[in-house]
Design a protein around this ligand. Sequence first.
Ligand code: P53
Length: 474
Amino acid sequence: MGFRDDFLWGGATAANQCEGAYNVDGRGLANVDVMPHGPERFAVGAGVRKMLDFEDGYYYPAQSGIDFYHHYKEDIALFAEMGFKTFRMSLAWTRIFPNGDESEPNEAGLAFYEDVFRECRKYGIEPLVTITHFDCPIHLIKEYGGWRNRKLIDFYKNLATVLFTRYKGLVKYWLTFNEINMILHLPFMGAGLVFEEGEDKEAVEYLVAHNELVASAWATKIAHDIDPEVKIGCMLAAGSYYPYSCRPEDVRAAQLENQDNYFFVDVQSRGYYPAYALKKLEREGIDVGMTEEDKQILAENTVDFISFSYYSTRCAAGEGSDAAKTEGNAFAGAKNPYLKESQWGWAIDPLGFRITLNDLYDRYQKPLFVVENGLGARDVVEEDGSINDDYRIDYLRQHIEVMRDAVTEDGIDLLGYTTWGPIDLVSAGTGEMSKRYGFIYVDRDDAGNGTLARSRKKSFDWYKKVIATNGEDL
Ligand code: P53
């Protein structure tokens, strides 16, 4: 006995990292469009270097992405060739509401996604759709201050109503906010948040978190009212924190870090703020503006399943530790001396995947869905055009193996698994093309040169076999 018969194998993407066509068919501008490639990207993503328009002298990779907008038929055909059961994608809010606050949607945007969903269904591929994968219309940021303003909850409800009505019967699985805990790590990239001089950042982040959590619960309600068949999930950037050592200060530090992440799913899955969060807000004098209606909406509209990304575990050291720090990651922490790292400094930890799956299942007792996992690596195109990405196959094999153990030995209820970037796309963290995750290679470099031609890597046939054998033959 291994994975369930209807296990949803597939791959995951995000609109802003693959679609391109940023100013086509009435699409408006979003935070994710104005994230430049290059050394300033991190500061922009963190909301400390304000960039709300395109500026001269920068290259903006989201403008063209891998041009999925014009290649989706070809790309979905390749996914179907690998045997995908599901395709995770996100919608660009600004294709549907270019400014975010209109009352009527943009038909061209709605029609585009309808075509994409129909194309998936043609091959029996179940779309798994993220409503917001980091994107927030620029107009909402400039006019309203973005998610710090409760009006965004109404705009999001409007968006959700349009989506669930229009795509009823076409989409069954929805995620409300991608990596909602990213608010605390890269607040501009994660939620379109820019800070004013002297502002209490943490207070703003929790206010924004509250508004998104309430919006997420409303979306869950709207979805279930429109179609009781749909399943709504939350989405966490997961990867448990280990204590750097068994020193109690390190164990406590890891516990606190984990709580920072669990906070979001605790609310989305249980329907109320956990005690540690209420106390933290009280202690720090943070008022998130909780209303009686918020409380009720949160309580009555918990998620149907828990989805998450897993790339790595993390490590926390308490006061007085001599642990070295990690680099090159939104999740800063202590360096784990037992783990090897990827070319981008992300610790590789397959067993940590099983630990994380267990941590989440123990805590929530709801079905889990792994919606991102994979290795960002540089690929070499051989003279004959082949790409021998054995390192990627190794990474995925090791992770799928322990995921199988988590199902067969630990009894975890797992709905599916989508690898990140089944086709190469723009890196969220760095804006590079050269940080590749795909089974499908895209001829495009970090400066935007290349033919955009698609080709199959060695891992393409490997993943096809994995799916065909439902994870038996790795
Ligand atoms: P990249 C870290 C930093 C930025 C985004 O990341 C992240 C993470 C990992 O937790 O989250 C997800 O492209 C995200 C995707 C992203 C993927 O990780 O920096 O949901 O949009 O592409 C991989 O290598």
